[in-house]
Design a protein. Structure first.
Length: 313
């Protein structure tokens, strides 16, 4: 059996079998990180990968680079600020230029939806979506699913509450699609201005008050209010303080949750806003485990998309 997809544009369209294939290989690579130094592989020796981040990133950008290096690939980081984009070169001409260098894969983050698909039109190698506007952030969802999977028995048995900025979060979209595919129960929780009723069409329940549903949740997945999309956000919440009163996970609110409920956060966290510092730093919160999962998932995806290999033994 081989993996046939060459690109990752989103979670949409991935089957349950494909998701579990990615998760199983990711688990293998997560275990490989337990040795000191973390184990490196030669699977991608001779491959060249370019990371093109047109938006700020710490976790996704660095973990892709770590994953590429641990898999033995050459890594190039495209620096927009000193690129010829600044001299007026178009996005398409930039991609054509990179294609002419016989690069094997592009990892791309951009503020516009659909940029990975546009990239693919002018690039012969693999394209991996590292976040496109408000559309999808597939590797974030996959790493979330890996961290969840390691802490639960079965996706079908769990109820996940996704709390916060649902409307503008690409990571939320990818996560909902993934959880739906794996059969988990999903509830979305947030202010009506960030949680339109049409989200019900995604096969999830929606709640406007966290306290109404918190006692039923196994995982509290907390999203940050995205200030970088401030123009979009302006009319949606009166203030971060008002938001925090209803939705922040803090020591008082967590008393209403199940004792073993897990807290997850994709980062970057705004401490004190969506989650209080003591809870974010507690063992109950998987945020840093999610970061480790991020390296593993990206190693697995590079293996699958570039080599098509499913077996690691
Ligand atoms: N979660 C996430 O995408 O973080 P970065 O923006 O730091 O990559």
């Amino acid at each position: 059996m081989r993996w046939s997809r060459k690109d990752l544009f989103g979670i949409e369209g991935l089957s349950k079998k494909e998701l579990f294939t990615i998760l199983k290989i990711s688990k293998y690579y997560k275990n490989s990180m337990k040795s000191k130094p973390a184990k490196s592989f030669k699977i991608l020796k001779g491959y060249t990968i370019i990371n093109m981040f047109f938006e700020a990133s710490t976790r996704t950008r660095i973990s892709f680079e770590v994953a590429e290096k641990r898999m033995g690939a050459f890594t190039i980081n495209f620096n927009v600020a000193i690129s010829s984009v600044k001299k007026g070169e178009t996005f398409i001409d930039t991609i054509k230029t990179i294609n002419a260098m016989h690069i094997d894969a592009i990892v791309i983050r951009h503020s516009d939806r659909g940029i990975p698909q546009l990239t693919k039109k002018y690039f012969n190698g693999s394209v991996l979506n590292a976040g496109d506007g408000t559309h999808e952030h597939p590797t974030q969802a996959l790493l979330d699913l890996l961290s969840m999977w390691e802490h639960i028995k079965c996706f079908k048995d769990i109820h996940i509450g996704i709390i916060g900025d649902i409307l503008y979060s690409r990571a939320t979209r990818s996560l909902i699609i993934g959880l739906n595919t794996l059969g988990a129960k999903v509830s979305l929780i947030g202010p009506p201005t960030l949680l339109p009723e049409y989200f019900k069409d995604w096969g999830v329940d929606i709640y406007y008050k966290l306290d109404t549903i918190i006692s039923e949740l196994d995982i509290l997945y907390v999203y940050r209010i995205q200030k970088e999309r401030a123009e979009l956000l302006k009319p949606t919440i009166p203030s971060i303080g008002e938001y925090a009163k209803l939705y922040r996970i803090d020591t008082q609110r967590i008393k209403k949750a199940k004792k073993d409920a897990l807290i997850m956060h994709p980062g970057p966290v705004v401490r004190g806003s969506e989650v209080s510092t003591p809870l974010y730093d507690s063992k109950q919160c998987l945020a840093l485990d999610q970061v480790t999962s991020g390296v593993a998932v990206r190693m697995a995806l590079l293996q699958l998309l570039l080599k098509g290999e499913i077996n690691n033994e």
